[in-house]
Design a protein around this ligand. Sequence first.
Ligand SMILES: Cc1cc2nc3c(=O)[nH]c(=O)nc-3n(C[C@H](O)[C@H](O)[C@H](O)COP(=O)(O)OP(=O)(O)OC[C@H]3O[C@@H](n4cnc5c(N)ncnc54)[C@H](O)[C@@H]3O)c2cc1C
Length: 403
Amino acid sequence: MKVDAVIIGAGPAGLTAAIEMIENGLSVAVIDEYYHPGGRLLGQHYEDPKAPPDERIWNGRKLADQLAEKARSLGVYIFTGVTAWSVSGKWAVALTGGEVNTVDSKVLLLATGSVEKALPIPGWTLPGAISIGAAQTFTNLHHVAVGKRMMIAGVDALSLSVMIEMKNAGINVVGMALPPLSPVTGGGYSPADTVASLTDVAGLAPNSFVRTFGKIALARFPRLIARAMRFNFLKMNGVPIHLRKSIVKIEGEQQVEAVMLQSVSVDGKPVGEMERVEVDAICLAAGLYPLVDLAETVGCPLIDIPELGGTVPLHGPDMSTQVNGLFVAGNITGIEGAKVAIAQGQLAAISILNSLGKSGSMTVNEAIKKVENAREKAPIHFLPEIGEGREKMNAIWEKEGIL
Ligand SMILES: Cc1cc2nc3c(=O)[nH]c(=O)nc-3n(C[C@H](O)[C@H](O)[C@H](O)COP(=O)(O)OP(=O)(O)OC[C@H]3O[C@@H](n4cnc5c(N)ncnc54)[C@H](O)[C@@H]3O)c2cc1C
């Protein structure tokens, strides 16, 4: 099969890009290994307090279906249940799992999204231990309760938001606590680090953190606030948030039966006795990182920018890369919410159209402004310093990226 543009990833970035491209005269194929298009949109269901009243409920599944239906009705080929396992030439995308084995194209857009970091604590392979993203999908997409009495290890924007979603679905979440510090999980999970990372949880209503301490206090005095947390007074939606305790072990014979909680110092060092809490499920949340394997395969330089969530392809503000004909959009460029991914998808599509001598529905500069607006109004900021991360990437691009 031959098309003008191949997009790998049918998440919000990929589907939005596909629509913009086909509406402006390109033939487009979208590849996704999941059985249903929509990417991470499929599990999202929450209230966005920053949105106008009639758009306040964010129903990711509904939006995914609308985008996919629109793309299909315009003639986009959407292959689901198919993995793009290799890319060669310019461009031949090798597929596995479907009837078509290769798609050839003039341009390639990588919109492969992000994945969860593993949180290997003792007992994490027991049935009943589940990643926070999987719990989100079970709760919001399949309407299955992952447990009757559960805890969450890891306190960040995603786990807090999924906790609220689970509570709204009637699941008994008995508490949230930190992961343990270990060489495997790395740094960033101490009480002080966690408090500092929670400066912007604006999408999480009711916003107990910001209400209690104020954004500036969270950013400037994380150690002081973490110290006060030993009194354990913080609750969100009725769920105790233990910012001075780590879940150090999961216990059970055949499945999860309990977790062991260890009190910790402001820097995450164990202090005092352990406490056993009976649960039948535990969600593990250690954050997300961009999925960049295919960018590496095609020789795109990668840059490590912690403010963006880790290693990302070197790219310009218009979503182009140093590799001719290769563009990127969405979480592969840094961890942000779906509204930013949508705006980036449209921006990448317009850059692609321009590179092939065509115009899009707006100029590249207008599309860049749209991305910035979406970032400003985002209901969830996964990474508090995402703006600085974007600036760093633009500076590196200015210096080294433009060939
Ligand atoms: C577990 C998890 C939970 C999240 N929850 C939220 C949330 O509640 N709210 C929010 O705003 N954001 C959330 N996000 C962030 C989310 O990534 C963005 O909202 C948005 O979905 C990013 O869009 P995207 O198009 O870049 O990628 P995604 O939506 O992640 O889509 C990428 C797609 O690429 C496909 N893919 C990847 N590699 C291949 C390959 N080699 N071959 C074929 N297909 C491939 C994947 O199957 C996936 O469908 C979450 C992310 C994760 C990982």
